[in-house]
Write a protein that binds this ligand. Structure first.
Ligand code: 5AD
Ligand code: SF4
Length: 424
């Protein structure tokens, strides 16, 4: 999401006659797009901006702006703590950046942290950053109002709002015409997508899938409480909607899910896993897991491990609980699991996932997949790499393949992180 937001900022800057600097040392303006999701993310931003502070010593007119969730969360406090910073801009105020830059040029600070109920940045001329020319992100909605008790996102990104379907479809068509072959539709909770003309996520997805059978579609993130049968049927009906669903579970324990305010329980989640496996053949499922949430017992933790085994996740993002100021959990619950216990549980979760990923990859040996080539392998030009529909990276020997080609690849070997194969 932040990567896509940086592209939104880049397109606003481009429309105002700014260009990307080839190197940070040549920049007149530096923006850092920030994340507040865990304390560690914020610490990394604090470290990174010290670099900009030293650049400013050599170039007095250099403008430094902090954008995104940390700007929204800390507001003017950030200016007090980091005096060299010139601009603070929240996630809904990027259109104001050119005006704020003029203010900074006149010697003032540029601040806008207003949240909006409407802004979806739907009418921009998109700019792609660090592009491989094959895969791209399209933001389809902003904000979140699920208020999971641990999560800062509803506070930093505001109310949920959907971008109109026609501008999304137009952007996807434009990408396909430029040679892109895979787009990922993005939102904090794509299943609650709903535009003013009556599109829901399933109908939007179908419309995007019909642009061209050679355009692959991915999406993230789905909330388990509203991943509908209609959506699963839509995926099953279109070959180019990828067989890969990211479905964050967070915990396998009924009582922890309740404390987290996730609005589903263990059985509901299992029901959705069963529905995916029944309706969408060969669908990979990935997840997010938080270890050591408030009051989590060893039994709760075992419930998480057992659910992981039941779902047989292909991949997972796994985190230690990090208390975020202002959230319901921070204000009403005790962050009472000692750090060493959080770490031990997290290690057990990571070890189990490694095992599950390896098992999942082992099952692919001998199978043939359609792979979209994304790039030449980092290690050697003699290999290319790309993903299959299940979002697994496959590396295979070069035979004049180029990014954007679809190649049938037979898997010959694997690790827990990737597959190796040969074109057939
Ligand atoms: N602590 C740890 N992990 C968190 N996430 C969100 N908030 C927190 C937090 N306070 C994780 C969730 C979410 C992912 C994007 O980040 O697993 O799905
Ligand atoms: Fe955060 Fe929950 Fe919204 Fe995801 S659904 S962004 S975890 S509040």
């Amino acid at each position: 999401m932040n990567f896509s937001d940086s592209e939104i900022v880049a397109s606003i800057m481009k429309d105002n006659d700014y260009a990307l600097a080839a190197d940070i040392s040549q920049a007149d303006v530096i923006f850092v797009n920030t994340c507040s999701i865990r304390d560690r993310a914020e610490k990394r931003v604090r470290n990174r901006i010290q670099e900009f502070k030293s650049l400013k010593k050599h170039n007095k007119s250099l403008v430094v702006g902090i954008l995104g969730c940390m700007a929204e969360r800390l507001k003017l406090q950030l200016l007090e703590e980091e005096k060299f910073v010139d601009m603070i801009v929240g996630p809904d105020a990027y259109r104001d950046i050119p005006k704020l830059l003029t203010k900074v040029e006149s010697g003032q600070k540029g601040v806008n942290v207003l949240l909006s109920q409407e802004e979806t940045y739907s009418d921009l001329n998109p700019v792609r950053l660090d592009s491989n020319g094959v895969t791209a992100f399209i933001s389809i909605m902003r904000g979140c109002q699920n208020f999971c008790s641990y999560c800062v996102v509803p506070l930093t990104r505001g109310k949920e709002r959907s971008r109109d379907a026609s501008s999304i479809i137009q952007e996807a068509k434009g990408l396909f015409d430029k040679g892109y072959r895979e787009i990922t539709l993005l939102g904090q909770n794509v299943n609650s997508y709903k535009d003013e003309n009556g599109y829901n996520f399933a109908t939007l997805l179908k419309k995007v899938a019909l642009i061209n059978p050679l355009l692959r579609i991915r999406f993230a993130t789905s909330h388990p409480k509203d991943i509908s049968d209609e959506l699963l049927d839509t995926i099953a009906a279109h070959h180019n909607i990828c067989r890969s669903i990211h479905l964050p579970v967070q915990s396998g324990s009924r009582s922890i899910l309740k404390l987290m305010n996730r609005k589903y329980d263990r059985e509901d989640y299992i029901n959705r896993i069963d529905a995916i496996k029944k309706k969408v053949a060969d669908c990979a499922i990935s997840t997010d897991i938080i270890s050591g949430f408030c009051d989590e017992t060893e039994e709760d933790h075992r419930q998480t491990l057992s659910l992981m085994k039941y779902a047989a996740f292909d991949f997972a993002f796994m985190f230690k609980y990090s208390e975020r100021p202002g959230t319901h959990a921070a204000e009403n619950m005790q962050d009472n699991i000692p750090d060493n216990i959080k770490s031990r549980r997290l290690e057990e979760i990571i070890a189990l996932q490694k095992d599950l990923s390896l098992k999942s990859n082992n099952k692919d040996i001998g199978k043939t997949f359609e792979v979209l080539v994304e790039s030449f392998s980092k290690r050697s030009k003699e290999f290319v790499s790309g993903r299959n529909s299940q979002n697994k990276m496959i590396i295979f020997p070069q035979k004049d393949f180029k990014p954007g080609d679809y190649v049938q690849v037979k898997v010959t070997a694997c690790t827990s992180a990737s597959l190796k194969g040969e074109a057939v």
